[in-house]
Ligand binder design. Structure first.
Ligand code: SF4
Length: 316
């Protein structure tokens, strides 16, 4: 049984007489316990909306979310609140996500208070244990966020997410606000914590090299829909969708596997071309677009090889 199953999840914003924006469109995925699943996409692809739908920080329009086999989409708010102990999110910007008026003790210990899990000296002990685990010096427990570097602030965010012993950590661009040298330290910390604590990660990023470094499975999201998914090896070595090929083309790499790919290049971004809602959603940017089906039908995911699927008419 997968730890997390998402089936046909859809979120439509707006509406009320006008056609709404389908930020997440019929997304299905499975995440196995102890693994890391990477969701890739540009800004505006809907990936951060999906991250918030899973713990129901925003409500889906339709579809299913199952965690350890339990249907989250049917839980009442009180039951869902208890479930959020086991599903935590680390948001992308440690500069704006930490309350500047709270000390490290308060920031990391707050979830214990909110969920009634510890207080007083027991809370302090658990905060200090968690600080040690993420590599924060114990003597900084009474300091404020502005006294820390970007990497240390992200360690505070991770400690805060882990203090309730979750099973699933949703990492929304966990290193995109950090310097390159610090990014590797935070990624290595996450790998170490996963091994020690048996965590499962759902990693959301626009950075393909982060997925290649961290993940077991990868999916590409475009305008709310998953257009390709498979093992990291499949997606990076034998990408099937023109969008995946285009993104890989943007990675500066000396890896011969990547150099051998027949890349296509994107000359526009997701906001500069508009999809009419008809045909393949990638067709306005797709260098391989064909007249005919590309202009009339949005392709469904089809099997490329065992474990890999992609949504492109050229694969039929
Ligand atoms: Fe490109 Fe057509 Fe494939 Fe869409 S279906 S990705 S437009 S080739």
């Amino acid at each position: 049984m997968s730890l997390l199953e998402v089936n046909n999840l859809t979120k439509v914003f707006g509406g009320r007489g006008k056609p709404g924006v389908r930020a997440v469109d019929q997304v299905s995925l499975r995440i196995e316990e102890g693994s890391t699943f990477g969701l890739l996409g540009e800004s505006g692809s809907g990936k951060s909306t999906l991250a918030r739908l899973i713990p129901r920080l925003i409500e889906p329009t339709s579809g299913e979310i199952r965690f350890e086999g339990q249907a989250l989409h049917t839980l009442r708010e009180r039951e869902m609140r208890a479930m959020r102990e086991r599903i935590q999110i680390v948001f992308q910007n440690p500069f704006s996500s930490l309350n500047p008026r709270m000390t490290v003790r308060q920031l990391i210990g707050e979830p214990l208070l909110v969920f009634g899990r510890a207080k007083g000296s027991e809370l302090d002990r658990r905060v200090l244990d968690m600080m040690q685990l993420v590599g924060l010096p114990a003597e900084t427990i009474n300091r404020y966020p502005h006294e820390f570097s970007g990497g240390q602030r992200q360690r505070i965010m991770i400690a805060r997410a882990l203090i309730l012993h979750p099973k699933l950590l949703i990492l929304d661009e966990p290193t995109s606000a950090l310097d390159v040298s610090v990014q590797a330290q935070v990624l290595n910390l996450l790998i170490d914590l996963q091994q020690r604590l048996g965590l499962t990660y759902f990693l959301i990023t626009h950075d393909m090299s982060v997925v290649r470094y961290m993940c077991d499975q990868a999916a590409l999201m475009y305008l709310g829909k998953i257009v390709e998914s498979g093992s990291v090896d499949q997606v990076f070595k034998t990408p099937a969708h023109p969008y995946t090929q285009s993104l890989l083309n943007d990675i500066p790499s000396t890896d011969p596997d990547q150099r051998m790919l027949e890349h296509v290049s994107l000359e526009s971004d997701i906001f500069s071309v508009r999809w009419s809602g008809q045909g393949c959603r990638f067709s306005p940017r797709c260098p391989a677009a064909q007249v005919g089906a590309c202009k009339t039908d949005d392709p469904a995911l089809v099997s490329v090889r065992a474990g890999q699927v992609a949504a492109c008419h050229l694969l039929r």
